[in-house]
Ligand binder design. Structure first.
Ligand SMILES: Cc1cc2nc3c(=O)[nH]c(=O)nc-3n(C[C@H](O)[C@H](O)[C@H](O)COP(=O)(O)OP(=O)(O)OC[C@H]3O[C@@H](n4cnc5c(N)ncnc54)[C@H](O)[C@@H]3O)c2cc1C
Length: 315
C-alpha cells in the first residue's frame, strides 16, 4: 500500500475540467497512485486548446501555438509581418492533439457537465447535468476559468475575487486562393483586431483552401459580446481585409464562422500556483492562478498535483 492509499483503497480524486491544467494535474496524480477521474462538459478534452474541424481543414481557434521552450507539441518556425522568424511549438495535426497527448494516463469523462457538489460524511458527490450523482470522492479539484469556479464552489469566491479574464471573438475563415502575403502571423495595432494566424502554414495541415484564424481585441470582444455570431463574422472579415490592406480585393471567404470565448485570456492572475482548502478537501488550478497561457495552466496543474501527492492518503 503506498501513501496515496488507505485500507479503503486509493484516494479518489475528481478533477473537473480537462483543459491543460486538469489533464496535467490528473495525469500526475494517476501516475502517483491516486484513483483519478476527470470530467469535462465538452465532447473532447483540451478546453481552450481547441480545434474546429471542417472537412480536412483545421482551425486552432483557442491557443494558436505554444512557447518555443514548451515540452509539448513539435517545433515550428513562423514568419511574422516584419519578416522575422520566430520559433514556437504546435500540436500535430492540430492544437487539440496536445490535449490528447496529456490525456494518455487518465480516464476522462467527456460530455459531462458538473452542476453541483455536495459533501456528505467527509466525501464529495458530484451532480451532473442529466441528474446523475457521481462519487464519492476524497478530493475535488476544479480547473475551469475562475468565474466558472465561483458557480460550483461559492465558498472559495472571496479567495479568488481579484482574478480578471478577458473575452475574445474569434473568426475562422477559408479562402479559395492563397492570400498574397509572405507572413504567417500578424499582430495588429487596431481597436478591433489583435492578431491573425495562417492555419495552413502550420506543419502537417492541408494547404488548400487557405485558412486563417483572426482574433479580436479584448475591448472590442467585450463591447460586442452579445452580438450574433454571423454579424461578428462579417464584421471581423471586413476589418481583416482593411487591416491587411486588401480592402474589397480580399478574396471571397468560402467558409467562415465566429466563436465567442467568454473567458479567453487572463488579465489579472491570482499570483499563486494553486488554491488548496484542506478543511473542505477542495483544490483549484488553472492558468488564471499563475498568469496567462498554456504554460501557466501547466504549471498550476503540476504544482497542485505535487501538493496533493505530498498530503497523500485521505488527509
Ligand atoms: C482565443 C485564445 C487565444 C489564446 N492564445 C494563446 C497563446 O497564444 N498562447 C498561450 O500560451 N495561450 C493562449 N491562450 C490561452 C490558453 O489556451 C489557456 O491559457 C489554457 O489553454 C488554459 O488551460 P486551463 O486548463 O487552465 O483552462 P481551460 O482550457 O479553460 O479548461 C477548463 C475546462 O473546464 C471545462 N469545464 C468548465 N466548467 C465545467 C463544468 N461545470 N463541468 C465540466 N467541465 C467544465 C471546460 O469545458 C474546459 O475544458 C489562448 C486562449 C484563447 C481562448
Amino acid at each position: 500500500m503506498n501513501k496515496n492509499q488507505s485500507v479503503d483503497g486509493p484516494t479518489r480524486v475528481a478533477v473537473i475540467g480537462a483543459g491543460v491544467a486538469g489533464l496535467t494535474c490528473g495525469g500526475a496524480l494517476a501516475r502517483a497512485g491516486f484513483d483519478v477521474e476527470l470530467f469535462d462538459k465538452d465532447e473532447r478534452p483540451g478546453g481552450r486548446l481547441a480545434t474546429h474541424r471542417v472537412d480536412s481543414l483545421r482551425f486552432d481557434y483557442g491557443a494558436p501555438f505554444l512557447a518555443a521552450d514548451s515540452t509539448l507539441g513539435q517545433s515550428w518556425h513562423l514568419v511574422d509581418k516584419s519578416g522575422s522568424v520566430k520559433p514556437v511549438r504546435v500540436g500535430m495535426p492540430d492544437m487539440n492533439s496536445v490535449a490528447r497527448e496529456l490525456a494518455r494516463d487518465v480516464a476522462v469523462r467527456c460530455g459531462c457537465q458538473v452542476t453541483g457538489m455536495t459533501r456528505l460524511q467527509g466525501r464529495w458527490h458530484l451532480g451532473e447535468m442529466s441528474g446523475q450523482i457521481i462519487g464519492p470522492f476524497d478530493w475535488v479539484a476544479l480547473t475551469m476559468p475562475a468565474p466558472q469556479v465561483k458557480l460550483l464552489a461559492p465558498m472559495l469566491s472571496a479567495r479568488i475575487a481579484s482574478v480578471r479574464m478577458n473575452p475574445c471573438w474569434t473568426l475562422m475563415a477559408a479562402f479559395g486562393e492563397k492570400l498574397p502575403v509572405e507572413f504567417d502571423t500578424i499582430s495588429f495595432n487596431d481597436p478591433i483586431l489583435a492578431r491573425a494566424v495562417r492555419e495552413t502554414a502550420k506543419p502537417g495541415r492541408v494547404t488548400r483552401p487557405e485558412a486563417w484564424t483572426i482574433y479580436a481585441t479584448p475591448d472590442f470582444s467585450r463591447a460586442q459580446f452579445e452580438q450574433p455570431a454571423g454579424r461578428m463574422a462579417a464584421a471581423l472579415l471586413q476589418r481583416f481585409g482593411e487591416a491587411m490592406g486588401f480592402g474589397l480585393a480580399l478574396p471571397r471567404a468560402r467558409y467562415m464562422t465566429a466563436h465567442r470565448w467568454r473567458f479567453a485570456r487572463v488579465a489579472t492572475p491570482l499570483g499563486e500556483d494553486y488554491v488548496l482548502d484542506p478543511q473542505q478537501h477542495l483544490a483549484l488550478a488553472g492558468d488564471w492562478c499563475v498568469g496567462d497561457g498554456v504554460d501557466a495552466a501547466r504549471r498550476s496543474g503540476a504544482m497542485l498535483a505535487v501538493a496533493l501527492a505530498r498530503r497523500g492518503g485521505r488527509n
